[in-house]
Ligand binder design. Structure first.
Ligand SMILES: Cc1cc2nc3c(=O)[nH]c(=O)nc-3n(C[C@H](O)[C@H](O)[C@H](O)COP(=O)(O)OP(=O)(O)OC[C@H]3O[C@@H](n4cnc5c(N)ncnc54)[C@H](O)[C@@H]3O)c2cc1C
Ligand SMILES: *[C@@H]1O[C@H](CO)[C@@H](O)[C@H](O)[C@H]1NC(C)=O
Ligand SMILES: *[C@@H]1O[C@H](CO)[C@@H](O)[C@H](O)[C@H]1NC(C)=O
Ligand SMILES: *[C@@H]1O[C@H](CO)[C@@H](O)[C@H](O)[C@H]1NC(C)=O
Length: 540
């Protein structure tokens, strides 16, 4: 049966649910709808909360424990498609029945909106973790990878086929391809090759009518929108075709730590001036935490310079001597290795762990966290750095990561894809605080701390708009509401311009054309133009 004849069958079989329907109604009607034409036994792919596998499945990739705490909304059903037809069926049934869907690939969303909802329960989660096929074509310089695969698996499969090819995407190896690439995907090769989304060649998505579309069928506007516009707004990404980029057989990495006592502030001030201008083969990020001063009860700030160099140690030494001698990098700090081993090193695995661990395809740790992001255009003065240190020292487990831009990132125009943070950006800051206690007071205390830090930082970072990275989703920046009306639309432009600058307007236009009924929606999905949608409804 093709999907049109399915639609007709279903229209006869099921009547739409009211928006106030009960859990059982959603579960039963969705089950009934899916079973009318599913050729697979549904019990392997359709999980309701009374199924003993439901909670382990919900928890399996929920990276932020804050979003599966007892008071967080849980799905009525988790559905785990085994192929694209299963996804098409789910979209068609959900649209017809008025069921709200969430989509999860790797589960790393910072606000957990791939598996919880503050805006619009009840809802059903489509978990794509069983779709993780990877097909590497070295001859063609490309790879097809399904949404549920992690980037660790992707890197492993590429390296298995070629020692001199890699994929430019994120540093954390448990990220899901489905959510990660569509939000941009920066990583240690971005200064040379740009983002994961900059290197996307083709895609397969399922639209709100259940149609499976590739780049050619969807057209260049939609293909533009999903390369950086963020997940869950336009369709379900089934797989990406990504470009392979050349990497040398031997690359070099280092991790060098400097505390306040070792002159961290002055060194970081210098890093801010050089990090975006260094040789494009060199990526040096700074991981900033608090640590104990040895043999005392005092805490200090520790800055760790975590680097990938696409070349050998001798050339790296020359570049460092020339451009950033203040760090005092020694040859003994550096390790030569394969690109895949560098992936492990940058992700923080000890060197004794074999690369096959990447095939586990699961997060190595979970905790409660809240995070935010900023973009810096002028170096923060030493006095400013000292004020930041004071604030970090007030918090139990603060973490901030400063990630250099420049190189290829500056040469790609702001409107090339929706990700607008390009020329003029020195580096991106990510702020994080983590904890392990679910109590409300504790949660509030940490969230307050990071909000205050963010307010303080306003003077040091991008303005008009204050930019933010959509893959570091932050619901403090604003949220859609259920109504989808004009007020909601105006609200959306506040976070929309932070994530996308001028590109937000084009995203809204494309969304309005491609998904006029706003089927794909969540707390920060791209909104539909309010007038246009009213006009279309009155036509019906
Ligand atoms: C520990 C950690 C490290 C990180 N490191 C980096 C990094 O180095 N570089 C970087 O760029 N980012 C990084 N991120 C951010 C990461 O890119 C985003 O969280 C990304 O959205 C994760 O994708 P996912 O599939 O794992 O997440 P999910 O939670 O599964 O999805 C994220 C969003 O995409 C939507 N979505 C998921 N699957 C699909 C699909 N198939 N089709 C359509 N929409 C979908 C979801 O609805 C949700 O809105 C990191 C995040 C964490 C938690
Ligand atoms: C799932 O996670 C929640 C929240 O951390 C926890 O309370 C619960 O015990 C977990 N359940 C399972 C089965 O893993
Ligand atoms: C490589 O991919 C392109 C674009 O998808 C295609 O046109 C071409 O035929 C492929 N070439 C080879 C050698 O497979
Ligand atoms: C980036 O911006 C600077 C300063 O505005 C300008 O001099 C430079 O030419 C720009 N670079 C590119 C590649 O556009």
């Amino acid at each position: 049966m093709n999907y049109f004849s399915r639609l007709i069958v279903l229209l006869v079989l099921v009547a739409p649910l009211s928006s106030t329907c009960s859990s059982n109604q959603i579960q039963d009607s969705l089950y009934q709808c899916l079973s009318t034409y599913s050729t697979t036994q549904l019990h392997n792919i359709f999980y309701t909360p009374n199924n003993p596998f439901f909670t382990p499945l919900l928890n399996s990739t929920a990276l932020n424990l804050r979003c599966i705490a007892p008071d967080a909304a849980k799905p009525e059903v988790i559905y785990t498609p085994l192929n694209e037809i299963h996804i098409q069926n789910a979209v068609i049934c959900a649209k017809m029945l008025g069921i709200h869907l969430r989509f999860r690939s790797g589960g790393h969303d910072y606000e957990g909106i791939s598996y919880t909802s503050v805006m619009d329960p009840p809802y059903v989660v489509i978990d794509l973790s069983k779709l993780r096929g990877i097909s590497v074509d070295v001859g063609n310089g490309s790879v097809w990878v399904e949404a549920g695969a992690t980037i660790g698996e992707l890197y492993y499969r590429v390296a298995e086929k070629s020692k001199t090819h890699g994929v430019p995407a994120g540093l954390c190896t448990s990220l899901g391809v489905g959510g990660h690439i569509t939000g941009g995907a920066y990583g240690p090769m971005m200064r040379k090759y740009g983002l994961g989304a900059d290197n996307a060649l083709d895609v397969k998505i399922i639209d709100a009518n259940g149609r499976l579309l590739d780049r050619k069928a969807m057209g260049e506007d939609v293909f533009w929108a999903i390369r950086g516009g963020g997940g869950g707004s336009f369709g379900v990404i089934v797989s990406w075709k990504l470009k392979l980029v050349p990497v040398p057989e031997t690359v070099t990495v280092f991790n060098v730590g400097r505390t306040l006592e070792q002159g961290a502030t002055k060194i970081l001030y210098k890093w801010q001036q050089v990090a975006d201008k260094l040789d494009e083969d060199l990526f040096i990020r700074v991981v900033i935490q608090t640590s104990k001063v040895p043999n005392t009860n005092q805490r200090t700030i520790s800055t760790t310079y975590n680097a990938l160099f696409l070349g050998k140690v001798n050339r790296l030494q020359e570049i460092m001597k020339e451009s950033f001698p203040e760090l005092g990098l020694k040859k003994e700090d550096c390790f030569e290795m394969s690109w895949l081993e560098s992936v492990m090193f940058i992700a923080g695995y000890p060197r004794t762990v074999p690369t096959t661990v990447l095939l586990a395809g699961k997060p190595a740790f979970v905790n409660y966290f809240k995070a935010k992001s900023d973009f810096v255009k002028d170096p923060i003065p030493e006095k400013g750095l000292e004020e930041i240190w004071q604030r970090l020292l007030e918090e139990e487990s603060p973490l901030t990561i400063w990630n250099p831009f420049g190189g290829m990132m500056s040469r790609i125009p702001e409107s090339s894809i929706p990700f607008p943070h390009r020329n003029g950006t020195l580096f991106m800051i990510q702020y994080l605080t983590t904890w392990m206690n679910p109590e409300k007071d504790v949660v509030n205390k940490h969230v307050d701390w990071i909000r205050k830090l963010y307010n303080y930082m306003a003077q040091h970072v991008s303005m008009f708009p204050r930019q933010a990275y959509v893959n570091y989703r932050d619901l403090d920046l604003g949220m859609n509401d259920k109504s989808g009306d004009e007020t909601s639309f105006i609200m959306a432009s506040s976070w929309g311009t932070k994530y996308f600058k001028e590109n937000f307007n084009r995203l809204v236009k494309i969304k309005t054309e491609f998904d006029p009924d706003n089927f794909f929606k969540h707390e920060q999905s791209i909104p539909v133009l309010p007038l246009k949608s009213k006009f279309q409804h009155s036509e019906l």
